[in-house]
Design a protein around this ligand. Sequence first.
Ligand code: SAJ
Length: 403
Amino acid sequence: MKNKPSVVMMGLGYIGLPTAALIASRGLKVTGVDIRQGVVDTINKGEIHIVEPDLDGLVHKVVKEKFLKASIAPVASDVYLIAVPTPFKGDYEPDLSYVASAFRSIIPTLKKGALVILESTSPVGTTRKMEKLIFDERPELKDNIYLAYCPERVLPGNIIYELKHNDRAIGGIDEISTQKAIGFYKHFVVGTLHPTNAKTAEMVKLVENASRDNQIAFANELSIICDKADINVWDMIALANKHPRVNILNPGTGVGGHCIAVDPWFIVSEFPNESPLIKKSREANNYKTEWVLEKIKNKALAFKIKNSKDPVIACMGLAFKPNIDDLRESPALYVTETLEGQNFTILAVEPNLTTCENFVLTDYNEAINKADIIVYLVSHSEFKNLETDPNKNILDFCGVLKM
Ligand code: SAJ
């Protein structure tokens, strides 16, 4: 492969865009492809359509220096990366249509010697399925291109740093593909690049997120038990974590985002009989959100009985986790929307957004003054050390007052 191979990045979302920009910053020519014309136009102006620390300056620089160009369609290239979404359908079956359509659109441009790497979270066996898709259409490419799976594992909010520094598991459809892919990632990753096969790399990604889901489910279950036992769960976990081999995570409003709430289902849908624990963890985390809702409604009812009026409820935080603006699969958003849908009087607070299509937002200081019941749904740093009237009803589901 050339010293500085040309690159096509299929998908310019939360993973594709930062990855494309980082590769371009290493002096490789990158064509970023997205089916959304608006996204293509925004990036070609040197601007970005997502919120992620340090990304705007980087994209602005690489676009200006002509190392990154966005386009609606792929061009012939040395390396192709695919980072498009893999959501699930209504029945929790993985929806591979975006991945398949990204592959279909690059197939006509593939030349002998090309390296194709799938990064999208995918059910086990997807890389092999895509291999078949390529060779069914272009049989002459058999043994003449390289194909590998390499999952991303970056944390939203810290993407640029983690893209560069995290270790990667890289699994080719054959040994040479693995080695070619490792050679490519060396251009921009300083973390260790671990060789494996495609199937193992696919499972590694799913298991990482299923493992975190399971650990959060444990913490959420403890919070429900402690509530019943009238024990402060945050103090209890802090003490349990003093044990050298115990490390319990934080209970919260539930699990949101586009990864941890989704990926474990890819294992469950393929191995339903073998994955009761993984499934139970998903259900436990979903149940926690419903439990939070019930707690708020009970508090509101108690207020109404005592004061003969409906309470004003401040919903503190809408994002799916602290200190970001991302609302995807957010349990806090779900709780707030459900309360509003059931005609409770709510004040929606999200300090990381200036506007929100779902609600008129209220400033957090104003909300805690006006509300009869303050409900902490996300532990944003703005909410820590807020002075609240001790006589107000406060429900802290995310430990913001403790941590
Ligand atoms: N959460 C808790 N308690 C905790 C930690 C998290 O309730 O102690 C909740 C968060 O509030 C949020 C959800 O879990 O609603 C997920 O947040 P997260 O910070 O654990 O993870 P994500 O979804 O932002 O990113 C995850 C990461 N995976 C792992 O840590 C194993 C990231 O490294 C992956 O790259 C990403 O999924 C992905 O794209 O798959």
